[in-house]
Design a protein around this ligand. Structure first.
Ligand code: SF4
Length: 470
């Protein structure tokens, strides 16, 4: 008998990555429409766990109204001789993977931000109780992680209970994160990698260091170490740091090799502490995005829960589309909230001194980790809703980025003057596009481009000497 014969829908890796659109969904659990949601795993003493027990606190799936969104919580208690608290975060992250094995059941994000949907099709097939989901999770957990000897699961849909548990869960996440603080990247010789999100972003690999928390904010370096030890064939693996090629940008030979191997050659270099050049890839379940704002030469931050539009006029969802997919995109950088508390946070780009706009909710969460001289100088949605307001705010408050503008301005001016003088001798070359012979020289005419977008990877302007040489 198959392990899932008594489950009304199919269960298997093949369903990972399956998306359920709003029109196809029967109900939504958690997600952006509800405030309270969580998933939490705790390691308990054997006598505290009744193996196989499943409890539903609040209405079951069949009692929920079609098309609606509900507060939701999954609380899993496990016991086993080899289990330790360090493994809670890792076991918890597997909820994402195993829920996604269930046909017509989608799980996104993590911790306090989970977002699940059940499809109408699977509901019609009979998946109408959390009992089935609980049974699948219990069997998968026990077969894939044999160190779990006992497991009991509680599903919460009662709004009051979800809220109560949510508040407890936040404290537990914070305690876990705080534990991982203090250790420096320079003090270890091994980092950890995670490829769990490759079902959604095939070239993505998280590199988890003591000072660069995973993008999802759910796996710390300690979690990675514990997982790689107990489940060496699992998605978390050790990365020998190798030689440090650049301590500021954060480039290591061992990281480059591991990422190249795990991304099947798609990504060959990673700079851990910058959003430019070869930034860490972004899957899709990052907690927040650091996005470059060229008008002020600084970074905005937006988290998944932010409603409305950011200071550059774009909502989280649009910025997430430009960031996700396991790519390395200059100036669009998926991050966790915990990474914002790290001294390595965007270190090569100027760190917090380069950050100009952060939603007030996030700023409040990380305020103790922001350099004192910046307090009150970083705008929130309450201070600036567009770039003009942002510029005004930064000038008024004396944000250090304003000094950067001043430093850059004279150079630009100088260049302009030189260009004006030298134009007769400066034919334009755009790499890959031959433009020789375009009569730019002599001041004979002016080219005005209107409503045009020009994209170029690189533009090189070379001086041609009169003798004919370069
Ligand atoms: S975001 Fe990174 S660490 Fe988190 S599950 Fe995905 S790959 Fe793993």
């Amino acid at each position: 008998m198959s392990m899932f014969e008594d489950i009304p829908v199919d269960v298997g890796v093949v369903y990972e990555g399956e998306r359920i659109r709003r029109r196809e969904m029967y109900v939504e659990l958690g997600g952006p429409r509800v405030q309270y949601k969580f998933e939490l795993v705790r390691v308990k003493k054997p006598e505290e766990v009744e193996d196989g027990k499943i409890t539903i606190v609040g209405p079951d799936l069949k009692d929920l109204e079609e098309g609606k969104s509900y507060p939701f919580g999954i609380y899993i208690e496990v016991a086993g001789k080899q289990l330790e608290e360090d493994l809670e975060g890792v076991i918890e992250r597997r909820i994402h993977e195993y829920c996604n094995y269930i046909e017509g059941f989608m799980h996104l994000n993590q911790r306090y931000d989970i977002w699940l949907r059940l499809s109408k099709k699977s509901y019609k097939k009979g998946l109408n109780s959390f009992m089935y989901i609980g049974k699948v999770l219990q069997r998968l957990f026990k077969s894939e992680l044999p160190i779990i000897e006992k497991i009991q699961i509680t599903f919460f849909t009662d709004p009051e209970k979800v809220k109560e548990m949510y508040e407890k869960a936040l404290k537990i996440y914070e305690a876990r994160d705080a534990r991982a603080r203090g250790l420096k990247d320079e003090e270890v010789d091994t980092f950890y990698g995670c490829s769990l999100c490759q079902s959604f972003a095939p070239t993505h690999v998280c590199v988890i260091t003591p000072q660069r928390y995973s993008n999802c904010g759910a796996i710390s370096w300690f979690d990675g170490r514990a997982a790689a030890r107990v489940d060496p064939k699992g998605p978390l693996f050790a990365i020998k740091k190798g030689e440090c090629l650049d301590p500021v940008k954060g480039e290591y030979t061992g990281v480059n090799e591991a990422v190249k191997e795990k991304s099947l050659g798609a990504i060959t270099r990673v700079w851990l502490y910058t959003a430019f050049g070869y930034p860490h890839t972004s899957c899709g379940c990052f907690e927040a995005i650091a996005f470059y704002i060229p008008e002020v030469d600084g970074f905005g931050i937006v988290h998944r829960g932010f409603k409305g539009v950011t200071v550059n006029g774009l909502p989280f969802s649009t910025l997430a589309d430009s960031t996700a997919g396991g790519r390395q995109i200059d100036g669009f950088h998926g991050i966790s909230i915990e990474y914002m508390r790290s001294p390595k946070f965007l270190q090569a780009d100027g760190g917090w001194h380069r950050v100009v706009w952060v939603p007030s909710e996030v700023l409040e969460r990380v305020k103790d980790f922001i350099p004192k001289e910046l307090i009150g100088k970083i705008a929130t949605e309450k201070d600036a809703t567009n770039i003009e307001e942002l510029k005004k705010f930064l000038i008024e408050k004396g944000h250090p980025i304003v000094e950067r503008w001043k430093e850059e301005a004279p150079e630009e001016k100088e260049e302009e003057v030189v260009e004006e003088k030298e134009i007769p001798e400066l034919p334009l070359t755009i790499e890959g596009v031959p433009v020789a012979g375009v009569p730019m020289a002599g001041g004979g005419f002016k080219i005005i481009l209107k409503n045009v977008k020009i994209k170029a990877k690189k533009a090189i302007i070379r001086r041609i000497e009169k003798s004919g040489g370069k």
